[in-house]
Every structure is written in structure tokens, then in C-alpha cells.
Design a protein around this ligand. Structure first.
Ligand code: ADP
Ligand code: GLC
Length: 485
């Protein structure tokens, strides 16, 4: 079976979050099950720089904002990918420094509507093999708003592949104005509340939901949540009416990249059968990165880690509210890596300055350090207000670092709260709180810190998480059956 993946990022070439990880690990899991894959990505400057063997597959002209835009389709065999990558090379739209979606100052690129409508137009042509490359997919699997228009462009085509659209995060809707819609000469019949129209403008994410044959999202709980006003971002009515084609399929993780026994970013390795001394050495190395001298007190104290985008979704304000309480009342240390909203970055930096012995902060994006924090911490803080799936809690479980999470989305589907019952049946693997505020979060951390002083129980919890399988086995099967029907 031939499947064309369409997405705006893929690890390790271009990644801003979990989307990039999934666009690496899912197509590989499917390839291992015999699927013939092509992954099409925009030709960002940072991506083109990493390619060396490039073949031009063809050229095409499509409608842009000011007239016709020309694109080249490149094919490359990258050593990290077991299948060919297709890159849409359109320098006016993608050859620029910086992030795929925002400029250096953090503003959305002003031409995002044009960038991703052109991307989707070209991807739809590839899906029909309109360039006569000689590879016609049975299924097109498009991801998030950046690829939302692909299914819409294909919907009216007589001999089109099946379309599957995955929502990785409903909070990012790809909203643009009516003026953009007109300028881009998008088909007039899309302009209706049953089509792409949304609050006076249009939404590329909505297009994917309306026009795709199947819609998926990345955990069963999130699939239910987005059908409610609380999580639906105004699309809950539409999603409820399409519940028949909406599937919640839990993400897997790449168990090779995230393996504490082999991870090349770690100073020491460990496994569920022998957690110590490896994990402790990771903790020591992590502390040494931030402290001139690491004494026994620092090593013994619980280290609470956080890696992620510093945005409201992630409950960063709850973390910031919890930290002064925990600093005053416990011996906990904090290590935090992230970037995002400037006010959050400043508050973390200030806390680190006030408590240089106990709060360690790195603002930025650092793949090796992300692995080292997962391995060297005792607890992983992930109190997201909503979380479509979340990968970091699964990485932390695999690294023997117990997650503290709010009961939502994929966090609810992967973390089992410590209770008498879950301890007795051996399912407990972390700490879950149910009330969306920082007090409940602090209470969950306190419960965790109590257990931290009971090494035998703690180790059992670590082993439960480390032995769980978060690979793609069952979820890849789920996607395969969706492709087949
Ligand atoms: P989301 O996709 O909402 O950001 P996920 O938990 O699904 O959340 O995935 C986040 C991914 O991005 C993980 O691989 C995480 O390690 C990585 N990540 C996030 N922020 C950083 C950072 N500052 N440095 C390195 N990796 C990061
Ligand atoms: C999004 C979500 C995250 C999910 C990731 C991969 O970025 O915020 O929860 O894990 O996509 O699907």
C-alpha cells in the first residue's frame, strides 16, 4: 500500500514539538509493516541545508497570493529516513532563516496563508500523481492545519486517494481572513459554514475536518474532549457531528531514540532491571552542569524536571505558582528547559537567579539536554491544561522519571495515579491531579515527595513505567485498518 504523508515538520530535520517526533516515528512504524511511504515537507532553508543527494522530480505552477507561484519537487534519500522524502522547494515562501511558522521576533510569518495553501495545493497534485512521477498513493495522510487544505483540494477529484487528517492540536487552527481566501483564489464553494468559513474568516484545520474521509486525533480521551465546548475551540459542534469519522489513536514513541539503555546523549545508561547506579550518575552530571560543586544533599534531594514549550497549554503558570511554595517547604530542586512566551521565560530566569543552588533554567531548544533532563530528574512536571497526547510523559516514564500530570487528553491515557488500588494491582506509574489549579498540582507533588522517601515503592513505580510499551505496535495497526477501509 502506498501512503503519502504531508506535514510541516519531521524530526530530526525540522522539529518544533511533538508533531516532528510523530512524523518521524509513525511513518517508520508503518514502513516496518510493509507500507510504501513518501513524506512531503516544505523546503525550509534549514531543511534544504541538511540534504545532499537531491533529485528533481518535477516542476509545477500553482496559484499563490499575487498570481502564479512556481515550485520544484525534490526527492532525497536522507540517512535517517528509511523512505524517500519529497520536498516542495519554493524559495519565495520557504527559503528564509528561522522557524517554520514564526519570525525571529516570534510573530507568525505574515504570508502563512499563502505558504501553506501553496504547500497543500502542490501536495494535492502529488497525491493525484498529476506530475506523472509514477507513484500514486492509495491514501494521503495530512497533519495539522498546515496540511489542512490537502483533503479539501482533493475532495472533488474523481479518482482521488483516500484522505486521512490528523489533529495534533486543536488550539492551532490556521485561521486566516476572508481577504486571504479571495487573494488565494480558493474555491468559492468552500466558503460556507459547512465548508471552511469560521467566524468571518476561514480555518485550514476546519477544512481538514470537513473534507477528509477520516479524521484522527492523537489520544482517545482527547477525541472525546474536543467534542465538548471546553476543549473544542468552537469546532466541538462540527466534531460531534463528525464523530462517526473521528478516531482517537494514541501516539507511540520512537523507542530507539528514547532508550535509557543506549541513548548517546546520556553520560550513563540504565534499564528497568538495573536502574541504579546509572540513573544517579545522570542526575549528578545534570546537576554538575549547573552547580560548581554537587554535594550529597543535592544528590539526595528530589529533582523536578520540565522540558517543553512555555505556553499556557502546558500549565506553566501552575508550575511558576507552585515553585515558591515547594522551595520554601521542601528540599526539592528544579531543572527546566524550554522556550516560548517571554513572560514565562523571564519568570523562570528570575527564579533561577534568586535560587541559584536549587533552580536551574535553560531557555532555548536543546535536544541532548532534553534527554539528560528526562534521565537525570526524579519527577517530570507536565501539568498541561489540555494535552492532545503528549510525548514527554512517555519519555519520562521510559527513563524512570515519574510524571506529575493533570488528568486530560493523552496524559489521562498514559499515566496511572498512585493509589492504594493501583499500587496493589501494579498499574501505578505516576501522579495525576483532577482539579485544574496550582493547589491540586502542589498536592500531587507533595504526594510524590512523600513516596520519594520510600525507595522500595519508588523503584517499583519506576519499573512499572520503564517496562511499559509505548511503541507504535497497536497504534500503527489502528492506522493501517483506517487506511484499508
Ligand atoms: P508538544 O508537541 O505539545 O510540544 P509533546 O510532549 O508532544 O508536546 O512533544 C514535545 C517534544 O518537543 C518532545 O520531544 C520534547 O522533548 C521536545 N521539546 C520541547 N521543548 C524543547 C526544548 N526546549 N528543547 C528540546 N526539546 C524540546
Ligand atoms: C501536539 C500536541 C501534543 C502531541 C503532539 C504529537 O504538539 O500538543 O500533545 O503529543 O502534537 O501528536
Amino acid at each position: 500500500m502506498k501512503v503519502l504523508f504531508v506535514a510541516s515538520e519531521a524530526f530530526p530535520l525540522v522539529k518544533t514539538g511533538g508533531l516532528g517526533d510523530v512524523l518521524y516515528s509513525l511513518p517508520h512504524a508503518l514502513r516496518a509493516r510493509g507500507v510504501d511511504i513518501r513524506l512531503v515537507l516544505p523546503g525550509y532553508r534549514a531543511l534544504l541545508r541538511q540534504l545532499d543527494e537531491i533529485r528533481i522530480l518535477g516542476w509545477c505552477d500553482v496559484r499563490g497570493a499575487e498570481g502564479i507561484v512556481s515550485a520544484r519537487i525534490l526527492e532525497t534519500r536522507h540517512p535517517d529516513f528509511a523512505f524517500p522524502l519529497w520536498v516542495i522547494d519554493c524559495p519565495t515562501l520557504f527559503d528564509r532563516a528561522g522557524n517554520p511558522y514564526v519570525s525571529a521576533s516570534g510573530q507568525d510569518w505574515p504570508d502563512n496563508a499563502e505558504r501553506f495553501s501553496v504547500f497543500a495545493r502542490v501536495a494535492a497534485l502529488l497525491a493525484e500523481d498529476a506530475l506523472e512521477i509514477g507513484w500514486k498513493p492509495a491514501v494521503v495522510h495530512a497533519h495539522d492545519w498546515q496540511a489542512g487544505l490537502v483533503a479539501a483540494f482533493l475532495a472533488d477529484q474523481p479518482e482521488r486517494p483516500k484522505t486521512v487528517f490528523t489533529i495534533h492540536n486543536l488550539a492551532y487552527g490556521g485561521h486566516f481572513s476572508h481577504g486571504d481566501f479571495v487573494r488565494l483564489q480558493l474555491p468559492g464553494h468552500w466558503w460556507s459554514p459547512e465548508g471552511v468559513e469560521f467566524h468571518g474568516g476561514f480555518s485550514m484545520l476546519k477544512a481538514g475536518i470537513v473534507y477528509a474521509d477520516s479524521v484522527t486525533t492523537v489520544s482517545p480521551t482527547y477525541a472525546d474532549e474536543i467534542c465538548t465546548p471546553e476543549f473544542g475551540y468552537g469546532l466541538d459542534g462540527l466534531l460531534s457531528s463528525r464523530r462517526y469519522k473521528l478516531h482517537g489513536i494514541l501516539n507511540g514513541i520512537d523507542t530507539k531514540t528514547w532508550n535509557p539503555y543506549t541513548d548517546p546523549h546520556l553520560p550513563a545508561h540504565f534499564s528497568a532491571g538495573r536502574i541504579q547506579p546509572g540513573k544517579r550518575r545522570n542526575k549528578q552530571a545534570l546537576l554538575e552542569r549547573f552547580l560548581p560543586v554537587v554535594d550529597e544533599a543535592a544528590l539526595q534531594a528530589p529533582l523536578l524536571g520540565l522540558v517543553g514549550r512555555l505556553v499556557e497549554q502546558k500549565g506553566v503558570d501552575w508550575v511558576l505558582a507552585a515553585m515558591p511554595v515547594l522551595l520554601a517547604e521542601t528540599d526539592a530542586r528544579f531543572v527546566m528547559l524550554g522556550s516560548g512566551q517571554a513572560s514565562y521565560e523571564q519568570k523562570f530566569t528570575r527564579l533561577a537567579k534568586q535560587h541559584p543552588e536549587r533552580v536551574f533554567v535553560e531557555i532555548g531548544y536543546d535536544e541532548p539536554l532534553a534527554h539528560q533532563i528526562e534521565a537525570g530528574s526524579d519527577l517530570f512536571l507536565m501539568p498541561s491544561r489540555f494535552e492532545p497526547c503528549g510525548l514527554n510523559q512517555m519519555y519520562s516514564l521510559r527513563y524512570g522519571t515519574l510524571p506529575v500530570v493533570f488528568r486530560t487528553g493523552g496524559l489521562a491515557d498514559t499515566v496511572v495515579d498512585v493509589s492504594e488500588a493501583s499500587l496493589a494491582d501494579g498499574s501505578a506509574n505516576g501522579f495525576v491531579f483532577d482539579t485544574p489549579d496550582h493547589e491540586a498540582f502542589v498536592a500531587a507533588i507533595r504526594r510524590a515527595l512523600d513516596l520519594y522517601r520510600q525507595p522500595a515503592v519508588w523503584q517499583r513505580l519506576q519499573q512499572t513505567g520503564m517496562r511499559q510499551s509505548f511503541d507504535w505496535a497497536s497504534s500503527a495497526g489502528h492506522y493501517l485498518s483506517l487506511y484499508a477501509f
